[in-house]
Design a protein around this ligand. Sequence first.
Ligand SMILES: Nc1nc2c(ncn2[C@@H]2O[C@H](COP(=O)(O)OP(=O)(O)OP(=O)(O)O)[C@@H](O)[C@H]2O)c(=O)[nH]1
Ligand SMILES: [Mg+2]
Length: 282
Amino acid sequence: MEQINWYPGHMKKTKELIQENIKMVDAVIEVLDARLPVSSKNPIIDDLIKNKKRIVILNKSDLADETVTKKWIDAYKKNGVIAVPMNSNSGAGIKELYRILENLNQQMNANSVRKKPIRVMIVGIPNVGKSSLINRMAGKKSAKTGNKPGVTRGKQWINLKEGVQLLDTPGILWPKFEDQEIGLKLAFVGSIKDEILDLENIVLKLIGFLTDNYPELLKERFKLDVLKDTALEIMDDICDKRGFIQSGGRKDYERAAKTIMDEYRSGKIGKISIEKPLITDN
Ligand SMILES: Nc1nc2c(ncn2[C@@H]2O[C@H](COP(=O)(O)OP(=O)(O)OP(=O)(O)O)[C@@H](O)[C@H]2O)c(=O)[nH]1
Ligand SMILES: [Mg+2]
């Protein structure tokens, strides 16, 4: 993961750069994490995009709860936003994204004699999968167009099929890190560097979340018959089950925390969504 220090000067420069780039595109592809679409959204992106066409990508959908992701897609739709579930590793979702871009292209060129390619750019917070998505969209056959001074002001565009051009550098934006609750959720999925976190504490919070929301998955993964009342007791049980015991008999919480975190992030505990849309079905 790229290390970025979002000091105010850096945020201002980033904002200006993205504003410049947005002027050159017809649509913006906003990449969010399917497991936490609210917390993985940049706080000023809506201001930056304004009235430009926007396509929301719910990336890493392979790690999210499918039924929750469907609810998110519906919620976006109700608000007039097109959202697509995506797995940028496998490419599942790419076809749908292309279909949407093709439609936009047709709308854009409906009344013009000389067809123009639709130009898009990708934006999102660090580690959300922007580069993976670009690689997926570009595939093997794509070609970089090179610099065209004057026309594109030195920007590199990737020619994709169906009359789509993609800006080859994504816009990296900062997450909503002011809020502790959001910071915690971003830490769960690995969007905040672990070195600056108290991993054991984060994992206890994760165990608490899983106990409340996905108890069966937690039990199954760690072969626990029952879930005890506190996260610490559950962590103790996991240490016993996995043999995370130091010489002298003390539980190895550090190892337990690391293992639980790794297994959660790689999807081994299951497909788990952290945020659900606030809508009722009826
Ligand atoms: N499971 C899963 N992992 C993904 C997916 N997309 C990206 N990843 C992984 O997420 C990590 C970050 O992906 P990148 O494409 O580098 O993310 P980025 O947004 O370009 O990150 P920065 O350049 O740091 O801003 C990598 O380990 C990817 O393999 C996905 O759809 N599913
Ligand atoms: Mg990247």
